[in-house]
Design a protein around this ligand. Structure first.
Ligand SMILES: Cc1cc2nc3c(=O)[nH]c(=O)nc-3n(C[C@H](O)[C@H](O)[C@H](O)COP(=O)(O)O)c2cc1C
Length: 170
């Protein structure tokens, strides 16, 4: 089954890297990366992600994720910027990543957003509430420590596993 991984220009490229690694064990993962997502991937040393899965061009509205007639298990966006989150909430569909998220919502397919920002403004919180009510799952990039992670990867995986976990995602 195919799964879409959206990567935006929020900090936390390692979340996308670890998610791709684990999701590939179960899914045929296709990437959509925003322009700022690409810049931050490079800045945070994770640009090798782009070699490890099929990548759809951000402005290609002819690509399969742009239409509900294509079959996908769902979409995860991590890390998710407040900009992308706001545009999904507004239904702009103005790039392939946002259109693919819009398609998931209209087709009632799982859409998981992993926002990373602090502090959160009233606008951010209202957008999250709107998306939750529209059917998206919001899983903030808030790792937990109670299993005593020893590496950054183990810490990051506490979020990645929730995204992949039963009940919250695909
Ligand atoms: C190094 C860097 C880190 C950033 N981190 C965040 C972040 O954690 N959260 C966020 O919402 N935006 C962050 N931004 C700002 C977004 O990249 C910017 O709002 C951009 O317009 C998002 O575009 P996109 O949603 O199309 O990727 C960061 C920008 C840079 C350059």
């Amino acid at each position: 089954m195919k799964l879409i991984l959206g990567i935006t220009g929020a900090s936390g490229s390692i979340y996308a890297k670890r998610f791709l690694l684990k999701a590939k064990e179960r899914f045929d993962v296709e990437l959509i990366v925003s322009k700022n997502g690409e810049a931050v991937l490079k800045h945070e040393g994770c640009e090798d992600i782009l070699q490890n899965a099929k990548v759809h061009a951000i402005d290609d509205f002819f690509a399969p994720p742009a239409t509900g007639s294509s079959s996908y298990a769902g979409m995860a966006i991590l890390p998710c910027s407040m900009g992308t989150l706001g545009r999904i909430a507004a239904g702009t569909s103005d790039n392939l990543l946002i259109r693919a998220a819009d398609v998931c919502l209209k087709e009632s397919r799982p859409l998981i957003l992993v926002p990373r920002e602090m502090p959160l403004s009233e606008i951010h919180l209202e957008n999250m509430l709107k998306l939750k009510r529209a059917g998206a799952a919001i899983i903030p990039a808030s790792p937990h420590f109670y299993k005593h992670p020893k590496t950054i990867e183990e810490l990051v995986d506490t979020v990645v596993e929730r995204v992949l976990g039963a009940g919250s995602c695909v």
